[in-house]
Design a protein around this ligand. Structure first.
Ligand code: FES
Length: 256
């Protein structure tokens, strides 16, 4: 992130809203209300080189901490999603150091013991719940760490599924855990080792490798934009009714 007065032009077309004061890294700026922190920082002249990715609350690159006047509480949010408030003091944590264990996923068994060996510090967790309280994605961080300690990797995988790896949990952990890396290892084990393989997926991979869809792909690549639009509109939809056993028709030859 750099201060760049030129970037101000990019957000000068912000709605003509009343301006409110905010403090970015201690310096006071007047910014239009209703902007997100990210847009307000750009309005103030900051240019994002790091600490910004998707701008949609998915990538976790823009973790931000802030306080409000007269409030003891440290608050957190994603800069691309959190709207500015008058007199807020803020700064970004574009990256928070967290060591990732190296392991061989292909050769692993997928056991909890392997995770415990890779991250022995997981047992230092004292269940203070600071990680859960700070999570901007409302993930139950402490609960998935507890599940990993117990060996329940499926539960840990489910509880941590919404993690965007912003690293704010790491910044608050008194036991100094890299929670999101530990959860990622659990999810990889569940996905690669513990979940039964889908037979139809294996079959489709074999079909593709054997060239079953080559003619169709060739047709798609040479099709006009209009025929692609028509094909898209005519695509099959999975029925909305839950539990219905639905198999799509084979689409070969739709372009002919
Ligand atoms: S920029 Fe990706 S979550 Fe904010």
């Amino acid at each position: 992130m750099a201060n760049d007065t030129d970037s101000r032009d990019k957000v000068q077309d912000s709605p003509q809203l009343p301006k409110i004061p905010i403090f970015i890294m201690g310096k006071r700026y007047m910014v239009p209300e209703e902007l997100t922190i990210m847009k307000a920082m750009e309005y103030a002249g900051y240019q994002f080189i790091r600490g910004c990715g998707c701008r949609m609350g998915v990538c976790g690159a823009c973790g931000t901490v802030y306080r409000k006047p007269g409030d003891y509480k440290i608050r957190v949010g994603l800069a691309c999603q959190t709207v500015v408030e008058p007199e807020m003091y803020l700064t970004q944590l574009p990256f928070y150091p967290a060591n990732r264990a190296s392991y061989d996923l292909a050769g692993a068994q997928g056991s909890a013991e392997e995770i415990h060996a890779a991250y022995p510090e997981v047992f230092r967790c004292v269940s203070c719940n600071a990680c859960t309280k700070i999570c901007p994605a409302e993930v139950s961080v402490m609960d998935y760490i507890a599940a990993i300690k117990r060996g329940d990797l499926e539960l840990a995988s489910e509880l941590s599924f919404e993690c965007i790896q912003c690293g704010l949990c790491v910044s608050r952990c008194m036991a100094e855990l890299p929670q999101y890396h530990i959860a990622q290892m659990a999810r990889r084990f569940v996905g690669a080792k513990l979940t039964p393989k889908a037979g139809h997926l294996r079959e489709q991979v074999r079909n593709i490798a054997e060239g079953r869809y080559k003619d169709l792909m060739d047709q798609l690549e040479s099709a006009s934009k209009d025929s692609l639009i028509e094909l898209y509109k005519a695509r099959q939809w999975e029925p909305a009714k839950e539990g219905e056993d639905w198999t799509p028709d084979d689409h070969r030859g739709l372009l002919s």
